[in-house]
Design a protein around this ligand. Structure first.
Ligand code: PLP
Length: 385
C-alpha cells in the first residue's frame, strides 16, 4: 500500500541540494564547498558545560520557552551586541534550532491564502515552510547589480505591497550579502506603509566582515511588527546541538510557544547548558572563527577573480556567490565540476530563480582544502574555455 500524502507535502519538491550530495557520495576525494555549516567544533568551554550538565544528571525537560537563565543571557547578549531589547519572560523563546523558530512563526502567523513575500535568493526552508503552513509564496528577486540587497523597487515590482508578511535574511544565505542600516531604512518604511509583518532571520549576525550587523527590528516602528531569529549553529559552531531562538512581541512569541508546547515541549536541555556557557565565555572563540572566515573569504574572492569568474564582494555569512562562465547554467557547472574535478558547490537556482547563473560556494572549510578546490575549479574552467 502506498501511503496517501497531503497535498501540501506533495507540492514541495525534494531539496535541490540533496542530488549533489548523492553524486558526491559516489566519488572519492570530493572537496565539499557545498555545506552550510562551520568546519569548527563547538568551543571547548561550551562542550564542557554540556558534558558537566549530563554528569550532573540534568536530563529533564526545561520550561517550554527554555531555561530562564538562558533567556536572560540571550536578552543581555542581543542587547549588548545588536541593541535589541526583549523581555526574557514574554518575548523570547528558545527552540530546536532557528529552523524550528522559523517553522513556528509560519504556523503561528500564516493563514491559508495569506501571501508571504520572500527576498530571494534565499535559504531553502522558507518556501516549504510557508507552503506547509498553507500560505502562498511571493518571490522578491534581488540582483547582483544591487549586491543582492533588497530594494523598495524590487518589492514594488514583485507586488509585495499586497503581501501579508516579508521574510528577509541578512547576512544572507546563499549570497553572503549584508544590509547596512541605511539600506534597511526604506525597507522598514515600506513594511510600515503596507502593514507587513517581518520575519528577519539573523542567524549570521555575528559573521560580518564590513561593519556591525543592524537588525531591522531596531528601526523606528519595527519592533512591534518583526520577529527576529537567531541561534547558536553558525557563530558558535553548534549545528548538531540544535539550538536557536526567536525574539518578538509578547503575543507573537506566546502564539509560537503554543505550537512549540504541543510539538517540541522544550529545546534540547544539554544544548541549553552549552549555549549558556557559549554566551558567557566564548566571545573570543567566536571572534577567532570570524577572523578565519574573513581570511578565507578574501582568499576565495581573489581566486575567483584570478580564474576570471565574476564575483561580487560578499561581506557576511560564510558564502560567496560567483557567476558561472558563459555557456553553462548553474546546474551544468556544478554537476560538471563535481563529476570532472570532485568539487561540490551548489547551483544558485536552488535558492530561487534569481540565483540562476550563480554558485553558492561555502568557505566554512580549511584554507588548504579551499586552495585545492579553487585550483580544481580553475582547471575545470580552463578545460571548457
Ligand atoms: N537560517 C538560515 C539562513 C540558515 O542558513 C540556516 C542553516 O543553514 C538556518 C536558519 C538553520 O539554522 P539552525 O541550525 O539553527 O536550525
Amino acid at each position: 500500500m502506498t501511503f496517501e500524502l497531503s497535498d501540501r507535502v506533495q507540492t514541495v519538491p525534494p531539496s535541490g541540494i540533496r542530488r549533489f550530495f548523492e553524486i558526491a557520495e559516489e566519488r572519492d576525494e570530493v572537496i565539499s564547498l557545498g555545506v552550510g555549516e562551520p568546519d569548527f567544533a563547538t568551543p571547548w568551554a561550551a562542550r564542557d558545560a554540556a558534558i558537566t550538565s549530563l554528569e550532573q544528571g540534568k536530563t529533564s525537560y526545561t520550561a517550554n520557552r527554555g531555561k530562564r537563565e538562558l533567556r536572560e543571557a540571550i536578552a543581555d547578549y542581543v542587547a549588548n551586541r545588536f541593541d535589541l531589547g526583549y523581555d526574557p519572560d514574554e518575548e523570547i523563546i528558545v527552540t530546536a534550532g532557528a529552523s524550528e523558530a522559523v517553522d513556528l512563526a509560519f504556523r503561528a502567523f500564516v493563514d491559508p491564502g495569506d501571501t508571504v513575500a520572500i527576498a530571494q535568493p534565499s535559504y531553502i526552508s522558507y518556501e516549504p515552510g510557508v507552503i506547509f503552513a498553507g500560505g502562498d509564496v511571493l518571490p522578491v528577486p534581488t540582483t547582483e547589480e544591487d549586491e543582492f540587497r533588497l530594494t523598495v523597487e524590487g518589492l514594488e515590482e514583485a507586488g509585495a505591497a499586497d503581501a501579508d508578511m516579508l521574510v528577509l535574511c541578512y547576512p544572507n544565505n546563499p549570497t553572503g550579502a549584508i544590509m547596512p542600516g541605511e539600506d534597511l531604512e526604506p525597507i522598514a518604511e515600506f513594511a510600515r506603509e503596507h502593514d507587513l509583518t517581518v520575519l528577519s532571520d539573523e542567524i549570521y549576525a555575528e559573521l560580518t566582515y564590513d561593519g556591525e550587523h543592524t537588525s531591522i527590528a531596531t528601526l523606528e516602528g519595527m519592533r512591534d511588527r518583526t520577529i527576529v531569529f537567531n541561534g547558536f549553529s553558525k557563530a558558535h559552531a553548534m549545528t548538531g546541538l540544535r539550538l536557536g531562538y526567536a525574539l518578538g512581541p509578547a503575543n507573537a512569541i506566546g502564539a509560537m510557544n503554543k505550537i512549540h508546547q504541543y510539538t517540541m515541549l522544550s529545546a534540547p536541555t544539554t544544548a541549553q547548558y552549552a549555549a549558556l556557557e557559549a554566551l558567557d565565555s566564548c566571545a573570543d572563540d567566536v571572534q577567532e572563527m570570524v577572523d578565519q572566515y574573513d581570511r578565507r573569504r578574501q582568499f576565495v574572492l581573489s581566486r575567483f577573480r584570478e580564474i576570471g569568474m565574476d564575483v561580487f564582494e560578499a561581506k557576511g555569512a560564510f558564502y560567496c556567490f560567483p557567476e558561472v562562465p558563459e555557456g553553462f547554467t548553474a546546474e551544468e557547472f556544478a554537476e560538471g565540476v563535481l563529476r570532472e574535478q570532485g568539487v561540490a558547490v551548489v547551483p544558485g537556482d536552488v535558492f530561487g530563480g534569481s540565483g540562476e547563473g550563480h554558485l553558492r560556494v561555502s568557505y566554512a572549510t580549511g584554507l588548504e582544502d579551499l586552495r585545492k578546490a579553487l585550483n580544481r575549479i580553475e582547471a575545470f574552467v580552463q578545460d571548457h574555455a
